[in-house]
Structure formats: C-alpha cells, structure tokens
Ligand binder design. Structure first.
Ligand code: FAD
Length: 460
C-alpha cells in the first residue's frame, strides 16, 4: 500500500465495468474508495437479467480474447476458469438470394461468401494480410489506436472505408449484416475506427468467450472487494476547494477528495455541476444508439440457430436466435431472441412502443413458425436506451483531445476547479467491455498521479 495515498478518498459514480475497474485499481493503489450506482445491481451493461423463467443479458454477451485490460482483470481476480470458449461462431445471413454463412471471426472460409466479385475476393486476401500486419500497431481497447494505421480513419465512415478497400458486395453481404445484428449500427453512422482497431486481432482467430455463471460474474467479484452503495442515484457532482461533494437522490451529501464519473457519457453532463468548457465540448458530442430485444419462452423444443438479416429485406428483426433449454446452465425454457433492426428501434421510439416491442415483430414470427402463439409461454421486452456510444466521424479526435486534457491536469493546477473529477467509460475508449476496463484503469492512473503530485503541495 502507498501510505501517501491512504488518506485520500475517491467517490466512483457508476458501477459498470469501467467504474468498478477504476475503483478496484484505486483500491489496489491504497486509496479509499466508495462506489455509487443508480441501479439496484452492479455491472450496468455487463450483467444478467431474469423475467420469470426468461434469462438474458443486460448488455454484453461475448468476451473477446484480445482485450488487454479485461484480461488483466481476469488475471488479477484469478477467474480464468470462468471463461468458456466458443469456437467458430457463425450466423446464417438471410439475403434476397437465400442464405449464406457469416463467420463472426473472419477466416479463409469468409472467402466463400456468395455474391462477391472475383476482384473483391482478391482484395479480401490482401486486406487480411494488411490487417495482420497492422496487429502490432493497434490496441483493440482503444478505438483511436487505429489512427496509427491511417490518420484518415476517424473522418471516414465505415461504409466508405469498406467500399473503398474491399468493394460494395463485401459491405452489403459481410460487414453490414454483422454490424447491424451485433452492434445495431449502420456502417454509414460510424467511423472506421472500431473496425480497424479490432479486426487485426480477429483475423485467423476462431474463439471468443462467454462467462460461466453469467456475464455479471466479473462485476460481482469486483464489487465484493469494494465499498459499494447501489440503488442510489447521484444527482450532482459539485467541485469545491477541498474536493468534491456528491448530492445523492436520498438527500444525503457525500464528500470525497476526488470523483470518477463512470456513468454513460450522455448522462454525465446532467450530473457534473458547472462543466468546464473542455468537459462540455466532450459531453456534448456523446451519442448512443438504442436497442430493442424481445425474448420469448417457447414450450416446444427448437434447434439452436443464429440468423442475421441483410439490410433491405422486409421485416424488423436483425438478429434471430433460437436457444434450446439448458436447465443445468440456468435456462429452464427454450428461448427465442429477436433483436430489432436499427430502423425498427427508431420506429419503436416514434410510435412510443419501446416497452411493448413484441407488437412490432409478432406477425413476422407467426409467419416464420407455425402455431407460434400456441407455443409462447413467456415474453420479455428489453429496451436499452443507451446501447453503445456512437463513434461517428470526427468523434475519435475529440476523445483523444479529452484524454490529453484529463492527463495534463495532473500537473497543471491552473485548472484546479476541474481537477477533482476524472471521467471514464466505453464512450472514451472503445465500445467493448475491454475498452470500458481500459478507460477505468486510465482514470485510476490519472488520479493516482494527481494525488501523488498533490501530496507535497498539501504538505507545504
Ligand atoms: C446489448 C449490448 C451488447 C453488447 N455486446 C458486447 C459484447 O458482446 N462484448 C463486449 O465486449 N461488449 C459488448 N457490449 C458493450 C459493453 O457492454 C459496454 O461497452 C460496457 O459494458 C460499458 O461499460 P461502462 O462501465 O462504460 O458503462 P455502463 O455499464 O453503462 O455503466 C454505467 C453505470 O452508471 C450507472 N449510473 C448511471 N447514472 C447514474 C447516476 N446518476 N448515479 C449513479 N450511477 C449511475 C448505471 O446504472 C451503470 O451501472 C454490449 C453492450 C450492449 C448494450
């Protein structure tokens, strides 16, 4: 323990994986930490939910083995046994011509995708080699690391990048269905940063992981080591001469030396009192997409199936999945997972049916499965208003600028008013668990440096 830091107290607002990682790393450095979360459970978008006999995730479903910060956490928590490998994940992609197989981790089999031009297949091979070469340059925990490969990637949409690098059929038959079905994004809404920072670490790999005992398990393991107050929203973080004061929803005022703001970026602006200009510039730029999923419990057994839909097909379902009952693994019912297309999610908002999404897709399911209504024994509508932060063109530059600002304040006390609050979350790193972890580690590091720099100042 570092005794110079043991007298310091940090309040962490938000117990998602970013906030929990920040809190855990600060505690490891010898700092006293108290964590607050508005929800009754920890984990945020990394957790497990249950509605009657239906079980599902609050967000993330897969752990990508390439995540450096997440792997460090698993190492420190000695939780390797919890990782369950899933090999060669594929989906069937419905297209106007029929169905084709999509490999979730790109492999030589991806070259067999029907409907590609000969030139596109050649470019795919060259691209795979280029991506493998870029592997050392990019860090999948940080979307902006892709700028080391090409400084234009932040300004280019993913759609333009794929069209230019690989061709239009690769975009519509391979990339777009995956981004719509797994990330709920259309490729014209994103920059190419996510793709180029992650794909080099996926080429030639065939395994991703899930967590035994549920996705929330790592968060619960972290929470068990922390001083935690759940079900208690923080309404305001105020800075004052000696640190911060949190106004809690129950009327209590909580004082600490520093705060880590680890809530979703679009919520941070309302919480932080009198944001500085640099904070406002960043927080104004944060946007999220939304996600609607309907989970059905089915009385009749169904074979496992994962199906994506190509854009432009009629229908509102982007991802259709059948999950056979597995009582030993905590899933008592056969379940059907239906994830809305990005367009259907917008429609749900326009029609105000976010909490009755079933009405949007039931006819589609009736047409797909004879006697559908007879076999449905449970329904859960899941609406995630803030699914993933949108790294739209230009966003990466802001993120980099903001981190520089956060880091420089460690030795620049002319910005003393801003100094006690540091931000983290996937919206400042990468829209993945491991990105959120990496941002939490970095926020903790900044605060530790700031505390060390402040010790002689205080003593003097
Ligand atoms: C449907 C979905 C699927 C995904 N799939 C994957 C995947 O397969 N693999 C992967 O790596 N990533 C995936 N992700 C992304 C991943 O889940 C997120 O990047 C990560 O969990 C974000 O963590 P975070 O700590 O930054 O934010 P969050 O988990 O959102 O944490 C923020 C926390 O702040 C709390 N909070 C908000 N307001 C307040 C307040 N006023 N006071 C106190 N607390 C507050 C919230 O309750 C929440 O717990 C997925 C996300 C979603 C939604």
């Amino acid at each position: 323990m570092n005794h110079s830091l043991s007298g310091r107290h940090v309040a962490v607002v938000g117990a998602g994986i970013a906030g929990l990682t920040a809190a855990y790393r600060l505690k490891q450095a010898g700092v006293r930490v108290t964590v607050f979360d508005a929800a009754g459970v920890v984990g945020g978008r990394m957790g497990d939910r249950r509605t009657g006999d239906l079980v599902y995730n609050s967000g993330a479903r897969l752990v990508y083995p390439f995540g450096q910060a997440f792997n460090r956490l698993v190492d420190d928590l000695a939780m390797h046994d919890a990782l369950v490998p899933l090999h060669r994940l594929t989906a069937q992609c419905k297209s106007p011509q029929g169905e084709h197989t999509i490999e979730l981790m790109p492999s030589p089999r991806s070259l067999a995708t029907p409907g590609l031009g000969a030139g596109e297949r050649v470019r795919l091979v060259a691209h795979a080699i280029a991506m493998l070469r870029a592997k050392k340059q990019v860090d999948p925990d940080w979307a902006t690391s892709a700028l080391a490969v090409d400084a234009r990637l932040d300004d280019m949409t993913l759609a333009a990048y794929i069209r230019e690098t690989l061709g239009p059929n690769v975009l519509t038959r391979m990339i777009e269905p995956v981004f719509r079905a797994t990330r709920s994004f259309n490729p014209e809404d994103l920059s190419a940063l996510f793709y180029v920072s992650t794909v080099p670490h996926m080429v030639g790999q065939s395994t991703v992981n899930t967590l035994k005992g549920g996705m929330g398990r790592v968060c619960h393991a972290l929470a068990a080591q922390l001083d935690l107050r759940t079900g208690l929203p923080v309404r305001k973080i105020r800075r004052h001469a000696d640190g911060v004061e949190l106004a809690l929803q129950n009327g209590e005022l909580f004082r600490a030396d520093y705060a880590v703001c680890a809530v979703e970026g679009s919520l941070a602006k309302a919480i932080v009192d009198e944001p500085t200009q640099a904070e406002r510039r960043m927080l104004d730029a944060v946007r999220y997409n939304s996600l609607g999923v309907v989970h059905y419990g089915f009385a009749k057994p169904l074979p496992p199936m994962m199906q994506f839909a190509m854009r432009g097909l009629p229908g509102r379902i982007a991802t259709y999945q059948q999950l056979p009952a597995a009582p030993a693994n905590g899933r008592p019912l056969t379940q059907i997972y239906c994830q809305l297309t990005p367009e259907a999610a917008s429609e749900a908002v326009q029609r105000g049916v976010e909490h009755e999404l079933d009405v949007l897709i039931r006819d589609e399911l009736r047409a797909r499965i004879p006697g559908f209504d007879r076999h449905v024994v449970a329904v859960a509508n899941q609406w995630i208003a803030r699914k993933l932060p949108v790294f739209s063109p230009g966003y990466g530059a802001r993120v980099n600028q903001f981190w520089r600002w956060q880091e420089q304040r460690a030795d620049d006390y002319s910005e003393a008013r801003a100094a006690p609050v540091v931000y983290c979350g996937d919206w400042l790193s990468q829209a993945l668990l491991t990105g959120a972890c990496a941002s939490g580690e970095r926020a903790a590091r900044i605060l530790v440096e700031r505390m060390r720099a402040a010790v002689p100042r205080v003593a003097a």
